[in-house]
Design a protein around this ligand. Structure first.
Ligand code: DNO
Length: 366
């Protein structure tokens, strides 16, 4: 398991690389060019700039999160042909600096959605919260504004300001869109880009829909074991794989995340690990990584990765905002709780490694 940490880039992330360096065992930065408009080719000089910054600080840039997919591709519009060509050129450019995995999503209109970005927890920390009632029969521009205005000035992927005037039109365009049709559009995209990924040795890793159910009347695809199977069957290449996010899938009470990992491990290229706590009415809040603090058994999730000999990339996904950092951190992406999460994962992982070694010693001495 190769531990990484998401970093939003120089001038766009308040966490200095020197601080990330002090978290034990982090070898790579998960990065993106957040200011390049969705659909445009990522320029080589900008990619090289990030590579230089990362290498100077002692990190690899093997994982990109995300190269976002233009809505026209998800909608299956004729303009997708040129947009897919641009996507392929970005893949080729990223291959030139040795990128190995691209995380992306195929969520319609919005990326991950929460209704409150700084909801207080009983211990005085705060975290991302989803209140189901606030996503039913609501004005979607209000939802957009609540997220962007509550983000303390940080850019929120999927909620780019240029999208704001287009929201209503986008919802109009998605009218009548079905899960089946979106799966077809996803297959069209995959069949077009996977040969380029194979040539470039870059693995695609789709992120589950978050939360894993239809919201605002839009169909969502990557939300259950059944749909993950369907997705993987769309294109059987090993280059068509998953970002397995324990928090996104784990928000759905019916998803057994550890079982999903055990089943699909050979197609998981990137692991996002975090915990969530469910409420009976369908609301959920993000919480510490520790198994007993939430409803996803993170110790078992790590155990599943260990059991299958996972060699891919991993990152703590979101964290709570603790020790006052909500005053200046990006929602969900403070430093401290994500660092604590890493130490929890290493704790479980190292204990399993040692137990395995002891077992090996017993067997060889017997
Ligand atoms: C949330 C992230 C997602 C993820 C995208 C990938 O914090 O895990 O926003 O980056 O869905 O495209």
């Amino acid at each position: 398991m190769q531990m990484t940490f998401r970093w939003y880039g120089e001038g766009n992330d308040p966490i200095p690389l020197s601080h990330i360096k002090q978290i034990p065992g982090v070898t790579g930065l998960v990065w993106a060019l957040h200011d390049v408009p969705v659909g445009e080719v990522w320029p080589m000089d900008r990619i090289l700039e990030v590579k230089g910054q990362a290498e100077k600080a002692g990190f690899n840039i093997d994982v990109v999160e995300s190269v976002n997919v233009h809505e026209d591709i998800k909608l299956g519009l004729p303009s997708r042909i040129q947009l897919i060509e641009n996507y392929k050129q970005t893949i080729r450019n990223l291959a030139q600096v040795g990128v190995k995995v691209i995380c992306y999503n195929f969520m319609p209109v919005f990326d991950w959605t929460r209704t409150d970005l700084f909801k207080e927890l009983p211990d005085g920390s705060n975290a991302l919260f989803f209140e189901k009632a606030k996503t039913v029969d609501v004005d979607v521009t209000e939802v957009f504004d609540r997220i962007t205005q509550g983000s303390k000035g940080f850019t929120m992927p999927g909620f780019e300001p240029e999208k704001r005037p287009l929201i209503l039109n986008l919802f109009e365009q998605y009218k009548g869109m079905t899960e089946e049709k979106m799966f077809e559009n996803l297959k069209f995209f995959l069949d077009a880009i996977i040969p380029t990924c194979e040539e470039c040795d870059i693995k695609m890793a789709i992120h589950p829909d978050d939360p894993p159910w239809d919201i605002f009347g839009l169909p969502r695809l990557i939300k259950s074991e059944k749909n993950i199977q369907k997705f993987l069957d769309l294109n059987p290449s090993p280059y068509n794989g998953l970002t397995l996010c324990s928090g996104s899938l784990g928000s759905g009470t019916e998803n057994d995340v550890a079982a999903i990992i055990r089943k699909f491990h050979d197609r998981i290229h990137f692991a996002h690990i975090r915990n969530v706590k469910h409420f009976d009415n369908g609301d959920f809040i993000e919480c510490s990584h520790r198994s007993c603090d939430g409803d996803v058994d993170i110790a078992d999730v790590v155990k599943a990765y260990h059991e299958v000999g996972f060699k891919g990339y991993c990152r703590p996904d979101h964290g709570r905002h603790i020790w006052g950092e909500e005053a200046h951190c990006r929602p969900g992406y403070g430093l401290y709780d994500r660092a604590l999460g890493i130490m929890y994962m290493w704790g479980v992982w190292d204990a399993l490694e040692q137990a395995q070694q002891r077992l090996g010693n017993i067997k060889t001495s017997a």
